[in-house]
Each structure stands twice: as C-alpha cells, then as structure tokens.
Design a protein around this ligand. Structure first.
Ligand code: IPD
Ligand code: CA
Ligand code: CA
Ligand code: CA
Length: 256
C-alpha cells in the first residue's frame, strides 16, 4: 500500500485504540506542572503508532511528544511527526475535542498530513499530490476575510501572560470574535474548512503544528512564527496561521 494510504489506516487504527482504552478509565500524571498532563492513553497511542510504523517502515524516523525522537537533529529521509493526543486537557476533562496529529515529511518537504478529531470521526488529510480533504470532501483554497468580522483562535494563556498582554489583547479587541479550543491541531484544521480564520499562539512544539502546517499551506494559507519567521520543523515556536492578507495584518498587530 502507498505510504499515504498506509498512514491513513494507522491513524484510524490509533483512534480505535484510543476509544477502546479510554473506556477502561484513564491514569493521569502531571509533567512540568499541575496542568501539563499526560495519560496512559497518550503514551500507549504513541507506542501503538511507533510500533506500527517501525514494523512497516524500519528506516523511517519518528518524532513524538511522549518520548520518541527528541534527539533528532535533522529532517533527512522520511520523518513522521506525531502527537498521539493533541488536546490532552480536553481528553482528561471532557473526553472529546482532542485529535491525533501526524505530519509526514521527506527530506524536510511536506508529504502528507492527518488530523483526526477522534470523537467526531472527522479526518482532515492531505495526500502527496497536494489536495486537502475533510473526510471525503475536497477542500477549496482559503478565502480572505476582514479581521474585524472574523472568528480567530488565540491561546488563552497567551492572553493573560504579562509579557505579551498588550499585543494579544490588541489583537483580541480587533478581531470579530475569539475562541480558544485547546487543541492546536484542531484549531489549525478548522482553518482549512473556513470555520476558523486564524490561529495565533505563543508557544508550540513541532508535533502540535507539523500536520496542520501542511494542511493550511496547501490551501494557500501562510504559517510562520509569531514574528513572521519561517517555521523550523524541529524547534518550539510561536505560530500565526491565516490567509496571507490576514496573516500580514496579525503579524503587524502583535509585533507593533
Ligand atoms: C497542547 C494543545 C494546546 C496548546 C498547547 C499544547 P497537548 O498540546 O495543542 O492547544 O495550547 O501548547 O501543548 O499537550 O494537549 O498535546
Ligand atoms: Ca499537542
Ligand atoms: Ca499531546
Ligand atoms: Ca502534552
């Protein structure tokens, strides 16, 4: 089976794994702080995907949030960047509104991307040919819209952080309306369907944006760091994703 089709199957199987495991109850641990959580299912899902990928493609490399590939220094060859559960706080508190995010890059160039909204059974995906789909529906390029009447997503913690308070609040006041859904993968994915006009945040890891970046850019969107610099696939960074015209306006506002 072709890599894209095989990866899609792995992601769907991983969502079945999550649903089966979450029915048994969760074991929750905190990582860097009381609100930075990980569960047995986050770890188990990453291991599930890691073992599948390695058994089919032993020469591929994997970077995953819960421990795999954190020492990888370059993007040579086939690289899978995986978040086994994006939106762990939603997973723990709500048992919904979380996603599996998988971006595949070959020698640093986008190959394919998958964001699966597990409980809604909605798959946002893109094949190596460049088309982007919401389930079976082929998506159109992102349309421009005025910031003043648009719905944008902002990271809620960024809004209350002292150092960035002014720029985040200025942006929030200028936007039509603001949401914070707590899953960067789903916030990026919803740009592709036009439900969200932009996603702006101050600190993400590669597994949070690797798949969403491919989906948004393939529909004509722009994704950069919060200062407008190109994204480095192996580095943590802030992120602004939007149609080019709105992207430019947001970069100007938050860097004024
Ligand atoms: C988190 C979510 C959240 C974002 C955090 C991420 P996780 O990922 O994407 O929306 O604001 O920065 O760490 O830990 O739930 O996979
Ligand atoms: Ca994440
Ligand atoms: Ca995660
Ligand atoms: Ca996490």
């Amino acid at each position: 089976m072709e890599l894209y089709e095989q990866a899609k199957q792995f992601v769907i199987e991983a969502s079945e794994y999550i649903k089966k495991e979450m029915a048994q109850g969760l074991t929750v641990e905190s990582k860097s702080s009381l609100n930075d959580l990980v569960t047995n299912v986050d770890k188990g899902c990453e291991t599930f995907l890691y073992e599948k990928i390695m058994s089919y493609y032993p020469d591929h490399r994997i970077v995953g949030e819960e421990g795999h590939g954190h020492d990888i220094q370059d993007t040579d060859g086939v690289l899978w960047i995986i978040d086994p559960i994006d939106g762990t706080l939603n997973f723990v508190h709500q048992q919904k509104n979380f996603a599996i995010s998988v971006g595949i890059y070959i020698d640093g160039k986008p190959h394919s991307a998958f964001i699966l909204d597990v409980m809604n059974h909605d798959l946002y995906h893109s094949s190596p040919g460049g088309a982007v789909y919401f389930n079976d529906q082929k998506l159109e390029r992102i349309e421009p819209s005025p910031l003043e009447t648009s719905l944008i997503c902002l990271n809620a913690r960024w809004l209350v952080k002292d150092a960035s308070q002014t720029s985040a609040l200025t942006l929030a006041k200028k936007a039509g309306t603001v949401r914070s859904y707590g899953s960067s993968a789903l916030e990026l994915a919803q740009i592709t369907t036009g439900q969200v006009a932009s996603y702006v945040t101050y600190q993400l890891k590669p597994w949070d944006f690797a798949a969403g970046l491919i989906l948004v850019e393939r529909l004509g969107g722009v994704v950069t760091t919060e200062t407008g610099q190109p994204i480095n696939l192996l580095q943590a960074s802030g992120l602004v994703a939007a149609h080019p015209s709105m992207h430019k306006e947001i970069i100007e506002i938050i860097n004024a």
